[in-house]
Every structure is written in C-alpha cells, then in structure tokens.
Design a binder for this molecule. Sequence first.
Ligand code: PMT
Length: 425
Amino acid sequence: MPLAAKRTALGSRRHPRFMSARVRVLLCVTGGIAAYKVVEVARSLSELGCDVTVVMTRSAELFVGRQTFASVTGREVVTEIFADSGEVAHVELARTTDLVVLAPATAHTLSRLAIGAADDLLSATLLMVRSPLLIVPAMHTEMWEHPATQANCALLSARGARFLGPASGPLLSGDSGAGRMVEPSEVVNAALDLLKAPSELAGLRVLVTAGGTQEPIDPVRFIGNRSSGLMGFALASEAARRGAKVTLVVGDTSLRPPSGVDLMQVRTAEDMRTAVLEAASDADVIVKAAAVADFRPSRAATKKLKKAAGAPSVELVPTPDILKELGHNPRLRKAGSLLVGFAAETESDPQELARLAADKRTSKGADLLVANDVSSSDSGFGARTNRAVIAGPEGSVDAGLVTKTNLAEAVMDEVVRLLKGRADA
Ligand code: PMT
C-alpha cells in the first residue's frame, strides 16, 4: 500500500484483474452488529468478479440472515462442517480459496483463532487455510484494548494475518471509541491489495533481522531488551509476499517466526554479526529491525554469580555496530544492494523523528532509515502498532501510527521504489 494512500470507494464496475481468472474469496462472518456491513463487502467483491463463499457462525445468523448473503453472492452460505452430501466442508473450503476475509472479527473469534480452536466450520476452516487472511475486528473499546485481545492480535499478526482497523467512532453501546468496523469499501480495497500478490521482489534475496540480543552476565542472567520480533517478522512476511527469498536472523523472541523463510537463530550481538555478514554477501536488500545491545559485559561468569558474594560490578564494553559496518564497508555487501536501518527513538513529534532518522541514516551509511517512537505503549517494543518516519535519499515520509504489517508494507514500498530508481538510472 503506498504511503498515506487513501483510496476512494469502489464503483460497481468489474475489476479488470478478474476478467479472465476467477478469484475465490472466503468471507467468514461472525456474530457482531457490524455483520450487516459485510453484506456490502460480499456484494462488491462479487460484482468485481470474485467467487465469494460466505461462512457464518450461528451467532452471525442472529444479525444477518444467510439468505441475504446468498442473494448478493449467488452462492449457498455454509454453516455446518458435515454436509448431507458427505463432503467435509472445511477441507474443501480451505484448500480452494485464494483469500480469507474474517469480518467482523469479534474478540471471542480472535481468541479462538489464537488458540487454534476447531469446533465449528469457521474455526476449523481457518485452522486449515494457507492463503492470506485479512482480519477486520469490531467490538467494544474495552474489549479491543484488553491485553488478552491485544496479545491475540499480536500472535495472529506474527503468524502472518493482516489486520484492518478497527476504526474509532460511535459504537452500538452509545459510546464512542476504538472498536468500530472499518467501512466496507476499505475492506474491499485491502482484499484487492492482498489478491494482487505483487512480485516486485521476485528473484531477489532479502535479509531481515528481528528480535533482541541477549548479552550474558553469567549462565542465567543477561542484558537484553523488550523487542518481541514482531516488526522484523512483519518485514520478513511482507518481503516474502512480494516474491523475495527471505533470510531471517532472529534474536530473542517468544513469538513463532513466519513460515516460508530461512531462519538463523542467534543470541548475542556478536552471533548476530556473524550470521548477518554470512548472509549479507548475496543479499539484495538488508533490513535491520533487530534491537541489538550496544554494550555487553566484558566477560561472562562461567558459574552463576552468588548473591552472598555481594553485588558484582559489571564492566561493559561496546558491541560491534553491525549496521554501521555494513553501511560504511561496501565490500561486505552485494554490489548495488540496499541497506535499511531502524532507530528506536523516544520521540513522538514527526518532525523531530524525521530529523533523527535523517541524522542516523547518514551516520550509519544506510539507504533508508526507519525511526520509530518507542516512548508509548502503542508504538515500538512489543506493540502491535508503530509510529514511524522513513528517511530516504529524497527526504522523509511520515507513516503515522499504523499496524506493524502496514509499516512493513510502507517500508517495502520504499525499498521497491529505490530499487526501481537504481535499475532505471
Ligand atoms: O520487535 P518489536 O517488539 O516489534 O519492536 C520493534 C523495534 C522497536 C525493536 C524495531 O522497530 C526497532 O526500532 N529496531 C531497532 C532498535 C535499535 O536497536 O535501535 P538503535 O537506534 O539502537 O539502532 C539503530 C540501528 O542500528 C538498528 O537498525 C540496529 O539494528 C542497528 N544496530 C544497533 C546496535 C548495534 N550494535 N548493531 C546494530 O546493527
């Protein structure tokens, strides 16, 4: 998605992309008042030429009748795992779809998805499906903001699901706040973007670092940081989605890395340097989203330090600055490769972030530098969203506060733009 892109509502004309091959979309509807908005999503996607199959939960049927969806899609709505014909619906549905849209996604459904439940048609299908998944949450603000829901979303994002919304605005309860389902036209546009399966990075190798390093003090203690790995995983997934062969160098994380990438697991800054330099020589793009410790204990005790011995003094020495080394020593990289750094800044003002990003871009010798604000709970370490500015050779772009998936898209858009500029030059 281009930065700051705001699409207008789609017209009802047939989308040229779908003139020849029909695309299959599975629209999973769960029980929330916003289910009525999804009728419009089903109608638009059908009119654009997609084969839309609607799966509803029992509670979704309390809000919209299945006949409504059947009428706008021209296809029977499925609700039961075992049909009279003897077919097992979830297996067939999961294997034959190009895209799954889950809308509205209730807090309950997100939690079931996160634990891998499979006790109705919708959950069983989602557990089997391997095509892209677009999740469109809608719920009360308190439910959305609850740490359980946020943790479920982070887990699902890390597994590769795309989130759209929720928006802020009036809610069913009469309150106003975050939790409102985004408008149907936005869901349709996001679905079309995912169906496009861009191949701009096909044939290229992308190296991404994610997570934090751990610098041991003794066998059980270390200097570390709060990086979850989510930002790096989103970047790796996005590069893979665009056709790149991705190597992911991962430090400490409790999340499962995305599938379909080559994984190199490391612990310390020194380990990360070794892994990165090994993979850098044939990488076309290097993205350094890992939070690398700047200092490590000069020596790690071989045995656990005993409390009875009193507080130890730990001498710190600098770790190698991997980004800077890559930025200032072109021989370590493939000719013409692109270097993207990140900067963790405790700064929320976009202008100040832009200034810091530009400074760090120069000092580290990077082509692009993404400065993200790590001063608030909705941005930076461990958050599902991120507030960032991307500095490049021609200035900077304010990506605003967006999901890490969206920020990854914006970063990869800039990467593709720069690569294209170099190829055209
Ligand atoms: O993992 P998440 O929970 O999703 O959080 C994401 C993030 C906040 C960790 C990520 O978006 C981020 O900002 N990563 C970079 C954090 C960081 O180390 O910032 P820095 O300003 O200290 O370093 C600048 C750059 O130099 C980074 O690209 C870093 O990878 C690199 N670096 C730093 C030190 C070092 N010794 N070697 C390096 O290569």
